[in-house]
Design a protein around this ligand. Structure first.
Ligand code: ZN
Ligand code: ZN
Length: 589
């Protein structure tokens, strides 16, 4: 008899250390087993073998699957993620496996790879093919160069290595998966979000048995123990969809970075607007195209006569011209789902929180730090208006000009579509794009609003094939703003470097770290529990109260110690009946 340490599949910190069980044969790390726990029998994962005398221990009831779902190396990353995202270990361990119990499959015989790499192949890809390591590289690419670079992975496959390609959405997995399949055939394993549990499990079994595959998926595949993994490719790592929205708020980029250093594989980032986080990590940036997106027309609204309405004269003409020619128009508003900035109706000054300086959402108290917002600090005015018009008002104005039938939602038969950020994936076949008010998005309430704004505008521009009058028009009242300058030049780097300096100055991510803690109900005084957990190691802001939830913000240069003391604190609150939600590295504040 031997001893195996097993972490039960229960979403609580209380079982993080796991328990010792007796086993009659050695079980590899990552084995899925069934073990007795109290009066129940539960699923669990083997995390190690231990010396000692097993006779007093309860035996493992059963081995549930023939294939382990993680290796020692991957377990290191899973443990790191549990610490970083302040999550129970079990909540991470289960992500390495497929939705159903995996079975053993035959090793595949893969067809030879014909395709050669292009001369511009990034160093991490050539190194992966040669079995070497190379520093991570961010390739600034437009649409076409993105495809070319993905196809450069051929030599990695030929040398017997596997490649993981992570994309933001299922639609992009389908598109790029099809392109890769045309070049590499059955070596491509697409993992679509809408696939059944059985299909995803089959994909996992193939990817984890035979090396030489390209696994294409969303951030859900980022913990898969792909056999022979030599290269991770992250496409548009700065997109919001690269991260889980629910606790634990795992970010694909951070997991890949960690895995690459433990498992010793290479990383290539592809996209047109790198995140400030990836730049701060010290990657080398290479240009594979002169522009990240097609040319954009900037319309300076400060030149308009006062009261000229939502659209500048030039823009009204452009829309009318497109409608006449039967060309589809997409009119973008940032108002819906995205917090706009507010300004004083009287003096037009942006509303700011007097305590923390953020640009707050409407309301009496700051949603970030809870401070009283009060009246306008410049003129004393008490009325505020959001910047920019919402979808409703824009549609109304366009209907008056072009008739009811001409204006509709994205995907409708109408020639003019009006929508927001969430509609962008469905915007296809558009000949003219119009951003009604770029400033409303650039000046949004989040600390990273400007960075997000550039990313969204660049995506919009990239979605409109340039030429024959097809392009994106962006209206702004601040044509010299670094975001607009970047948008015009097709080069995001000068803006992002300036942005990094500002974050450095204020200790904001990526220069500092932030954890949001949201507490609902419970018998314990969350204030005291959190204050004790944070101590003097970081700044604790809050609570801000919103619909019965208390929201705190923990901010500091390095929160690793806070993370350790936060685990028992959260457990205390949960034991007191509270619902606690943790948002680590939040996307908005
Ligand atoms: Zn505040
Ligand atoms: Zn004012």
């Amino acid at each position: 008899m031997r001893i195996a340490r097993v972490v039960p599949d229960l979403p609580t910190y209380a079982v993080d250390e796991g328990f010792r069980y007796a086993t009659d044969r050695p079980l590899p790390v990552g084995s899925i087993v069934r073990v007795p726990l109290g009066r129940r029998v539960v699923r669990g994962w083997v995390v190690g073998a231990e010396p000692g005398e097993p006779s007093a221990l309860k035996p493992i009831k059963a081995l549930s699957a023939e294939v382990p779902i993680f290796t020692e190396d991957l377990l290191q990353t899973l443990r790191w993620a549990a610490h970083h995202y302040v999550a129970p270990l079990a909540a991470l361990l289960r992500r390495a496996g497929p939705p159903n119990l995996p079975g053993k499959v035959d090793t595949e015989v893969l067809a030879p790879v014909g395709r050669q790499a292009s001369s511009g192949t990034p160093a991490p890809i050539s190194a992966a093919a040669a079995g070497d390591r190379a520093r991570a590289v961010y390739c600034l690419v437009g649409r076409d160069e993105l495809t070319d670079t993905l196809l450069d992975v051929g030599p990695v496959l030929r040398s017997g290595g596997s490649v993981m390609v992570i994309l933001a959405t299922g639609a992009e997995v389908a598109t790029h998966g099809a392109l890769l399949r045309a070049a590499f055939g059955a070596r491509v394993i697409e993992v679509l979000p809408e696939a059944s549990h059985r299909e995803v499990t089959a994909a996992w079994e193939r990817a984890c048995e035979t090396p030489g595959h390209v696994v294409v998926g969303t951030h859900r595949v980022v913990f898969w123990p792909i056999e022979g993994l030599r290269l991770g490719v992250l496409v548009e790592e700065g997109r919001r969809a690269m991260r889980d929205r629910q606790t634990p708020t795992v970010h694909a980029r951070e997991v890949i970075r960690r895995r690459a250093s433990v498992e010793r594989f290479n990383i290539v980032y592809l996209g047109n607007v790198p995140s400030t986080t990836v730049l701060a990590s010290g990657v080398e940036v290479q240009r594979r195209s002169t522009r990240g997106w097609p040319p954009v027309e900037i319309v300076d609204r400060t030149e308009d006569p006062p009261g000229s309405g939502l659209f500048a004269h030039r823009v009204r003409n452009a829309i009318a011209g497109a409608v006449r020619r039967g060309v589809r128009v997409f009119v973008f508003s940032h108002r819906r789902g995205y917090a706009p900035a507010f300004r004083c109706v009287r003096c037009k000054t942006l509303r700011r929180c007097p305590s923390c300086g953020s640009r707050p959402e409407p309301g009496e108290a700051c949603s970030r730090c809870g401070a009283e917002l009060g009246s306008c600090k410049v003129c004393g005015g008490g009325r505020f208006e959001p910047l920019g018009a919402g979808v409703g008002r824009i549609s109304e104005v366009l209907r008056r000009a072009h008739g009811d039938g001409a204006v509709g939602a994205v995907g409708s038969a109408a020639l003019i579509w009006v929508g927001t950020e969430r509609d962008i994936p469905s915007v296809t076949g558009v000949g003219l794009g119009v951003v009604v008010d770029a400033d409303g998005l650039i000046l949004g309430s989040a600390y990273n609003a400007a960075e997000e704004a550039l990313r969204i505008f660049a995506r919009l521009a990239a979605g409109i094939p340039f030429g024959n009058g097809r392009h994106l028009i962006v209206q702004t009242g601040q044509p010299e703003h670094p975001v607009i300058v970047a948008l015009r030049s097709g080069d995001p780097l000068p803006f992002l470097e300036g942005e990094l300096q500002v974050r450095q100055e204020f200790g904001l991510p990526p220069a500092g770290e932030v954890i949001v803690v949201e507490v609902t109900g419970g018998t314990r005084d969350a204030r005291t529990v959190l204050r004790e957990a944070v101590g003097t190691r970081a700044t604790l802001l809050g609570p801000a109260e919103r619909s019965g939830k208390l929201r705190w913000l923990i901010q500091g240069r390095d929160l690793s110690d806070v993370r350790s003391s936060l685990r028992p604190a959260v457990q205390t609150l949960r034991d007191g009946g509270a619902a606690v939600r943790l948002d680590v590295d939040p996307l908005d504040l």
